[in-house]
Write a new protein. Structure first.
Length: 332
């Protein structure tokens, strides 16, 4: 910094003001300092800045899976929103979602020097009373049921599921089968519970739940089973990938969609409009989830406090060609 000041003909304090973007420097002086920085190859020391300011301008993200569409789109929004606020993102994938792994992830992020942490998880890890994140950490959790202890941002899983089931009932279907996600997933549990409650409130008997693992292959296997259920005229799949496999299985078994069986998915992935037939589904705004996560940790940092509670991002039903009234009873 002293070398830059000598070449530019200014004080070290002026170099510091230009380097940190502070006001009170004329445009001509600023240009002189920047030219001197370029000539000398000067780069501000980010570690020294962090020590002086007490912040690292970095947000850590603990993520359990990069294989799901929702997580990738949420992460993209987090990175974009953080950059717009002048923050970098440090990503720490966790292979096995256990209490020890989460604690280890927080420890490693501490060594990497971050100001706050966003946790993207699809399991009930934070629901257990034995799991406690560092009490002084600024944390926002996406997709969890820990709003009484942490700040949580989630999609309105129940509202979207209710809209899907009601749509099928309104079309005239006697009941709705459900192809659920994995048991350990918070989102899958919320969607399944809303499916069951909506049918029960409507006076309908919920059929046996069919379980998948989010993949199209598991949807295909479930579809082969559901194709044999002659009274199955409507299926609510917990995500679009499983719905894709379901559509294939029904077609292979001669069950036409939507003439014989109506199918609804959840997520509204970019490809869902190109399924055959185009898929009716519940739209999730993953980008908004990511933006709210960043806004949440920045607010905690500025207020120097945590904010327990859950913020729900609304969903909406997207109607396409995979749903229709049930087939008439009896032979055609």
């Amino acid at each position: 910094m002293a070398d830059v000041a000598r070449v530019a003909g200014v004080s070290s304090q002026t170099v510091s003001r230009v380097s940190n973007g502070y006001p009170g420097v004329t445009e001509e002086t600023r240009r002189q300092v920047l030219a001197a920085m370029k000539e000398l190859g000067y780069r501000p020391n980010s570690a020294a800045r962090a020590l002086k300011r007490g912040e690292f301008r970095t947000i850590g993200v603990i993520l359990f899976s990069l294989s799901t569409t929702g997580n990738v789109r949420t992460l993209e929004a987090i990175a974009t929103s953080a950059a717009e606020e002048g923050y970098a993102v440090t990503l720490l994938p966790v292979a096995v979602p256990t209490q020890d792994e989460v604690r280890g992830a927080f420890s490693r992020l501490g060594e990497l020097a971050v100001d706050a942490v966003i946790v993207i998880m699809e399991v009930h890890l934070l629901d257990a009373a034995t799991v406690a994140l560092p009490p002084t950490a600024k944390v926002v959790v996406a997709d969890s049921d820990a709003g009484d202890r942490y700040s949580v941002v989630d999609t309105d899983q129940a509202g979207g599921s209710r809209a899907a089931v009601r749509h099928l009932l309104d079309l005239g279907h006697r009941t709705v089968w459900h192809l659920a996600g994995p048991e350990e997933s918070f989102a899958a549990q919320r969607r399944a519970a809303a499916w069951h409650a909506t049918l029960t409130e409507a006076g309908r008997v919920p059929p046996p739940l069919v379980r998948g693992d989010w993949s199209a292959e598991s949807g295909y296997r479930a579809g082969l089973r559901l194709a044999e259920e002659t009274d199955c005229t409507a299926v609510f799949a917990a995500n679009d990938q499983m719905a894709l496999g379901l559509l294939r299985a029904l077609q292979e078994r001669g069950r036409r969609v939507p003439r014989d069986v109506s199918v609804i998915g959840f997520d509204d992935i970019p490809e869902s409009g190109s399924f055959l037939p185009p898929l009716t589904t519940v739209h999730q705004d993953f980008a908004e989830v990511g933006r709210r996560c960043v806004a949440g940790v920045l607010r905690q940092m500025r207020l120097q406090s945590t904010e327990p509670g859950t913020a729900l991002v609304p969903t909406r039903l997207v109607l396409r060609d995979s749903t229709a009234p049930p087939p008439p009873p009896g032979p055609e």
